[in-house]
Design a protein around this ligand. Structure first.
Ligand code: SF4
Length: 445
């Protein structure tokens, strides 16, 4: 192999390693960290840094607004096919592929405001959603943060006094950059989410299995790249080599066919398993909400996709490391994904909402002129769990109607303040829901 070909293979191998490692970062640290270091997100903001960003905002009811996830998933599908067909072992095509993507991101930045590239076009955004929702293992909890905070990866700038301030222009309702978990619960019932999660697992399987289907050996996968130097010439040659025989389906068709079949199968399995889980839930007299069932199904799918990707995609590229390091990394991946799935399994929309309300209630209770120490047994009010907070409010002897009104007004005020960093278009919806929920809670006290 010539030095140039060797360099080409190393580039592609590097890409094969970097993308999966991105996914590990997402699972561990959450969307908020990845968005801040994502090179494409950064490049798409160059027009803003130059003061040349477009002012156009995508209407959520437009075709693009309603179908963004389908579009992004399709672009991801095309990108993976291009990698298998052309890009994986050709440095020139790899360069064109990356430059074209960068150009697209910057162009969108010139045309649209906010992070429109990330929210409506980026093909990696669906992958980010899968591995970072409802939150990363070490992700922050925005819904329990004080008001007026610059949260997660919200668009921001530094003002003249050196302080960070929001530059949010409300380019997306329920924005993942403001509150990733809130955005997750907001969109969990949409049909595009099922396609995203269930079919994505099939994309992972199809992408890495094709190395074996094409060559008849897993050693191609271990190299992480094709040892081909003329990708175009192979497009019309047999695309499968199974049980020692070449199958006369051109590679140009074999690659998308493999990915379509595997993602179709996992999508069907996902829908079937979800139906079974719902039936089981009905037989148990509905202990779980529909969102929670959905969320648990998504969590298990993400866990499987992560481990498939790690052991099929990342592990074979770790050959440069000594065996103990490889084993350590493998066990670390299993441990991290197991902890993540346990954390996600126990989340629900109701729990999220209760924690959010409890956070507001907690701050309002601490402002009341009531001695709480006798009820707290040495703990501070900040250490109470949401259920304990509501229980405390119930037993407070001085918690009269005037206090309730005070709490209600304070909560409303904080919600309005939070609205200053929330997309303006979603403000009223948020407020109506929030105030409604809190009024019910307070009336019950
Ligand atoms: S909604 Fe606001 S914070 Fe979210 S990406 Fe758009 S501009 Fe940035």
């Amino acid at each position: 192999m010539s030095p140039v070909d060797s360099l080409s293979l190393r580039c592609a191998n590097f890409l094969g390693m970097v993308l999966p490692l991105t996914i590990i970062t997402l699972l561990m640290l959450g969307h908020e960290v990845w968005r801040r270091v994502c090179p494409l997100s950064f490049l798409s903001q160059i027009p803003r840094a130059l003061g040349r960003q477009g002012k156009h905002i995508v209407d959520e009811n437009s075709w693009l607004g309603r179908n963004a996830l389908y579009l992004q998933f399709s672009l991801l599908f095309i990108g993976l096919n291009l990698r298998l067909l052309l890009v994986n072992s050709d440095r020139f095509l790899l360069g064109i592929f990356l430059l074209f993507t960068i150009l697209l991101a910057v162009t969108i930045g010139f045309l649209y405001d906010g992070k429109t590239w990330c929210n409506y076009f980026c093909p990696m955004a669906p992958v980010q959603m899968i591995y970072s929702e409802p939150s990363g293992l070490l992700g922050s909890k925005v819904h329990r943060a004080p008001p007026k905070m610059i949260t997660q990866s919200i668009c921001r700038t530094i003002d003249k006094s050196g302080q960070e301030k929001s530059t949010c222009v409300a380019c997306k309702l329920a924005c993942i950059d403001i509150d990733a978990e809130g955005a997750y619960w907001e969109g969990i019932k949409k049909p595009d989410r099922k396609l995203l999660y269930y079919a994505y697992a099939g994309l992972v399987i199809g992408f890495y299995s094709y190395f074996w289907l094409y060559s008849g050996s897993w050693s191609s996968l271990s190299a992480g790249v094709w040892n081909e130097t003329n990708q175009f010439a192979t497009l019309l040659q047999p695309g499968f080599f199974i049980a020692g025989r070449a199958i006369a389906i051109p590679k140009l068709i074999a690659v998308p066919l493999t990915m379509t079949v595997t993602s179709g199968i996992t999508y069907a399995i996902g829908l079937w398993a979800e139906g079974q889980y719902k039936r089981y839930n009905r037989r148990q007299r509905h202990p779980l909400s529909r969102e929670q069932i959905q969320s648990r199904m998504f969590a298990v799918t993400t866990f499987l996709a992560f481990n498939l990707l790690f052991f099929m995609g990342v592990q074979p590229t770790l050959g440069y490391f000594p065996t103990p390091v490889q084993q350590l990394l493998s066990w670390a991946a299993i441990a991290a994904s197991s902890l993540w799935v346990v954390k996600s399994w126990n989340r629900s929309a109701a729990r999220y909402a209760r924690e959010q309300d409890a956070n507001l209630l907690q701050r309002q209770l601490s402002k009341l002129n009531i001695d709480l120490s006798q009820f707290l047994e040495g703990r501070s009010i900040e250490q109470l769990k949401p259920d304990e907070l509501y229980a405390l409010a119930k037993v407070l002897p001085g918690f009269s109607n005037s206090y309730r009104l005070q709490v209600y007004q304070g909560t409303l005020r904080e919600a309005l303040e939070q609205g200053s960093v929330t997309p303006a278009r979603s403000l009223m919806t948020c407020l109506i829901l929030l105030v409604g929920r809190l009024t019910i809670q307070l009336l019950r006290l």
